[in-house]
Design a protein around this ligand. Sequence first.
Ligand code: AMO
Length: 427
Amino acid sequence: MRTYIADIKKMDDGDELTVKGWVQETRKIKNLMFIIVRDNTGIIQVTAKKDKLSNYDQFYDITRESVISVHGTLNKKSVSKAGMEILGTEIEILSLSDTPLPLGVIDRVSADFDTRFNNRFLDLRKPEHLIIFQFESQLLYGIREYMNRENFIEVHTPKIVGAATEGGADLFRVEYFERDAFLNQSPQLYKEILISSGFDKVFEVGPAFRAEKENTVRHLNEFTSIDMEAAFIDDRKAMEYLENAISYAVNRTVDFMGLKLQEYGYNVEKIYPPFPKITYEKALEELNKKGLKLNFGDDLSPEANKALAENFEGFYFITGWPSDMRPFYTHPDTDPKITKSFDLQLNDIEVTSGAQRMHNYKMLDENFIKKGLNKQNFEFYEKAFKYGMPPHAGWGLGLERLVMNLLKLNNVRESTLFPRDRTRLSP
Ligand code: AMO
């Protein structure tokens, strides 16, 4: 029976137990050795005395980060900092670590980015890094719970595809037998097809691939997209699902692990919908008041996003983006220059894009031509609009960007286990 270190505090003085984990540090005094053992729930001191441990000599040269199994009795009257220790009676070395370590796990000095990510397996042993992914896991659990409660069906659409989703650029090409294929940029076209299939409400959590050359703190070439699409709803309702899903997931996670997050310096506040909204045109007005010189149709630069974020706290929507700035599938508003679309921002970074989509076959058909796209590539998609397509709307939420923003990390790679970027393809 293995005991997790976090559970030891519930045990009694004198109880027998076995813990398994990594040797974080050792300190030796003649016939006595102190070993700090770490598992993914905490650390504990193991005290090993030569006269109590049959393999003491073999154990004496144990290296940092070796994996061991410790059996012993719990001493809750210990003079150690934690007030607890295990008096070891049997210690087994399960895997001896090599030396020197390419990256220290508990070193105070921080290593450079490349050293960290080249040795990500060690970098992730740091509890302050592990907790980012425990947070991500809980957050996603909350989103899934919310979507399930709202009767969304979780789906899995192909990642090897024959056509571009978001317009044509930024595709990774792959060999597909005798043909060229691409890694999908977004499940967009497939989630819309499923609306025509009568699924009514779908969501997907999966990888999305973008051959974007930008090497910024916000861009990955492979990220996790949380996508949803629903029939008979408009952009407003899609925004409501989004703010409710995020609030539910964040608040549940704060209840579950808020204190632990604080211990590691991450302060996540509870959030309450509705999130404020500003139209794109109003945002330009506000930005121009701040001295930026932006015209209708201009994208919001990182500098503009920073300036706009000063007007808000936390999450806010930018709605009504110009038609020229949105993909071909976006539904126009009554004024055809603008669309029924939105971005959700957290501080100065976009975390979600969404919109009501075109559902009228003829309108969609014309838009392919307007956007200069090769219609033939989209035949499989357009066909689904020909035989009964409900009005629909949806969004795509970048998981790594959401986590990065909620934990106030300064680089999206920090919330990615093994980031793929312009230069990194390994590990
Ligand atoms: P969009 O291209 O805006 O929209 O992507 C949606 C969300 O995905 C995340 N994201 C990224 N995260 C990390 N690195 C990247 N290179 C990257 N690119 C995008 C962002 C972004 O907000 N089909 C539409 C969604 C929809 O309308 O349903 C789409 O893909 O968080």
